[in-house]
Design a protein. Structure first.
Length: 68
């Protein structure tokens, strides 16, 4: 998925850290230069997307999560 508006490496690191803590996420990686979040997870994709969108909004409300 894409993180539109991601312009800060500290925000990328914070999002990466928080997403990795989610129990349904097996692997996660934020690619700051390409503003992309790569995930391997179990469970409902829609619910996970909403959870991640909430995390991203808490880090920086100007970043938008877009499915790839």
């Amino acid at each position: 998925m894409y993180l539109e508006g991601l312009c800060c490496p500290n925000c990328a690191a914070e999002i990466d850290e928080k997403v990795k803590r989610l129990p349904e996420v097996k692997r996660a990686s934020v690619d700051f230069p390409n503003t992309r979040l790569t995930l391997e997870f179990e469970g409902d994709e829609g619910v996970l997307l909403e959870t991640i969108a909430g995390i991203v909004r808490n880090v920086d409300e100007d970043i938008t999560v877009k499915a790839s």
